[in-house]
Design a protein around this ligand. Structure first.
Ligand code: UTP
Length: 292
């Protein structure tokens, strides 16, 4: 039985939906409450049992690397001031996992970012977690996918039903639903502008067979002038089954301004030290804006 040992986190996109902030700061470094987005993603992989993580970064994304590197000087500074709790906080970040970095020199699309990791992954199935999609769930979304992979020994992608009016923002799946959560995929289409085959949307967590690299190798630019993972998956369907799994959890697209704000509000309302005061603040601020 094959197991999932490695994860790729593409984080080299240009983040045009979040300009102007993404002019100099990768969206994956924007904080949700008190941690950068990318840390939530790495933690999800680690909690799902994966410790070998490959982050695909762009040329100007060294801040991601700095975040996970050890910062000895800062640790010494905090130790000298007896701030042991803060030392642990930053030590934990640098010891989360074994993180490797792969540079995607040009942002040619998600499919291309994953293809850049081909040598690092080799000939084994692997996980992909998009760097700008945060999922709040009891069981980490990736772990849910790994459980399906272990049963099926075949590629699995996480999906959720979205409003029909929003299908043009996602990759959309067509297929035969075999139970409440599982669909055997027969086709995929990236951001359909008309007549979407369903409202089952791909949300950014995948377990992929390494055969996907053969299809990515041959890919040309697709929708939006980018090399699309969805197009390569469409090729893979011809050779092996792909399962779509309706995961349990709440998704935040933090590469989008509204999604980013929603994530901050809802996760702050769950934060042990902030929730009470933040709830009070929200009530008061809603009251005062209603008066205006
Ligand atoms: P998105 O399509 O959301 O990222 O890619 P984007 O292109 O940066 O965003 P907009 O649409 O311009 O605002 C999903 C994930 O894939 C990564 C992104 O960093 C994001 O985490 N990605 C995308 C790459 O690593 N390389 C690419 O060429 C494109």
């Amino acid at each position: 039985m094959k197991t999932i040992r490695k994860a790729v986190i593409p984080a080299a996109g240009l983040g045009t939906r979040f300009l102007p902030v993404t002019k100099a700061i990768p969206k994956e470094m924007l904080p949700i409450v008190d941690k950068p987005t990318i840390q939530y993603i790495v933690e999800e992989a680690v909690q799902s049992g994966i410790h070998d993580i490959y982050i695909v970064i762009g040329d100007n994304k060294r801040s991601i690397q700095h975040h996970f590197d050890k910062n000895i000087e800062f640790e010494i500074y905090l130790k000298e001031r007896n701030k042991q709790d803060l030392v642990s906080l930053i030590e934990n970040v640098s010891s989360l996992a074994t993180i490797h970095y792969i540079v995607q020199e040009q942002a040619l699309g998600l499919g291309h970012a994953i293809w850049c990791a081909r040598d690092a992954i080799g000939d084994e199935p692997f996980a992909v977690l998009l760097g700008d999609m945060v999922i709040d769930s009891q069981v980490p979304c990736l772990q849910q996918l790994i459980e399906i992979y272990n049963e099926k020994q075949s590629s699995v992608i996480a999906v959720q039903r979205v409003k029909w009016s929003e299908t043009s923002k996602y990759g959309i799946v067509r297929g035969k639903q075999v139970n409440k959560q599982l669909t055997l995929v027969s086709g995929l289409i990236e951001k359909p502008i008309a007549a979407p085959p369903s409202n089952i949307a791909i949300i950014g967590r995948y377990i992929l067979d390494p055969k996907i690299f053969d299809f990515l190798e041959e890919m040309r630019l697709g929708v939006g002038g980018e090399i699309q993972l969805t197009d390569a998956l469409q090729g893979l369907i011809g050779e092996q089954p792909i399962w779509a799994y309706q995961y349990e959890g709440k998704l935040y697209d933090v590469g989008d301004k509204l999604g980013f704000l929603q994530a901050n509000v809802e996760l702050a309302l769950k934060h042990d030290h902030l929730k009470e005061n933040f709830k009070l603040f929200l009530h008061k601020s809603i009251e005062s804006t209603e008066k205006d």
